[in-house]
Design a protein around this ligand. Structure first.
Ligand SMILES: [Zn+2]
Length: 209
């Protein structure tokens, strides 16, 4: 019915009829052989578990001290948000806002969305917001940049180490764990499967009502 409903191969631009692969089947482009979709084992279960782990880790990563520094007998500790505040107070308001969004707010919203979506799919709960949540999560994908902040922390630590002995805090370890979890989350999420399940859930709830 819909003639524009075609996928294009990202490599050779061949128009492809939307494939309906059986779950667990690899799909290759018939012309250039590019792997178009790859099944991921237990994607919903893994994404759900990783979202819970990430959500729990988010709080120690943000609230526990990342570094401790003793200068002239004064002990100082820094948590994630104090870096943002320091940037802001140094007159770098724009940078502070970007860092806040990319390393605190967006990762939190992204984790909440993947927790909500995978939780609904895991428990087979239909929800009319699932499609919107999926779309928001895709938009946020490009904006979650924990690694960039990590780089900043490393640079700051190296500079500080020259001044005074530095004590690494639990916040830093939690933050590193959060980066690993977020990366695993992105690779465990099988887009095709998620959209397929959302569509099925929508149909089921329509038939039921
Ligand atoms: Zn191709």
């Amino acid at each position: 019915m819909n003639s524009t409903n075609y996928d294009a191969c990202p490599e050779c631009d061949l128009l492809l009829k939307p494939a309906q692969p059986k779950l667990g089947e690899k799909v290759h482009c018939p012309r250039c052989g590019l792997l178009l979709s790859r099944p991921r084992k237990q994607s919903i279960e893994r994404t759900f578990a990783l979202s819970i782990a990430g959500f729990i880790l988010f709080f120690p990563a943000n609230l526990l001290p990342m570094v401790g520094l003793t200068v002239l007998g004064n002990a100082n500790t820094g948590i994630l948000i104090s870096g943002v505040i320091a940037l802001y107070n140094d007159g770098m308001e724009a940078v502070a806002i970007v860092v806040f969004l990319a390393s605190i707010l967006f990762p939190l919203v992204h984790l909440c969305l993947s927790l909500l979506i995978s939780g609904h799919l895991y428990f087979n709960c239909p929800n009319r917001y699932l499609v919107a949540w999926m779309r928001w999560m895709h938009h946020l994908d490009e904006w979650v940049m924990l690694e960039v902040y990590m780089l900043g922390i490393i640079v700051a630590c190296v500079k500080l180490m020259a001044i005074a002995p530095l004590k690494l805090g639990w916040g830093l370890y939690a933050f590193i764990a959060l980066i690993i979890i977020t990366t695993m989350l992105t690779s465990s999420l099988d887009n095709r499967l998620f959209w397929l399940r959302i569509e099925q859930l929508g149909k089921e709830s329509k038939n039921a009502s």
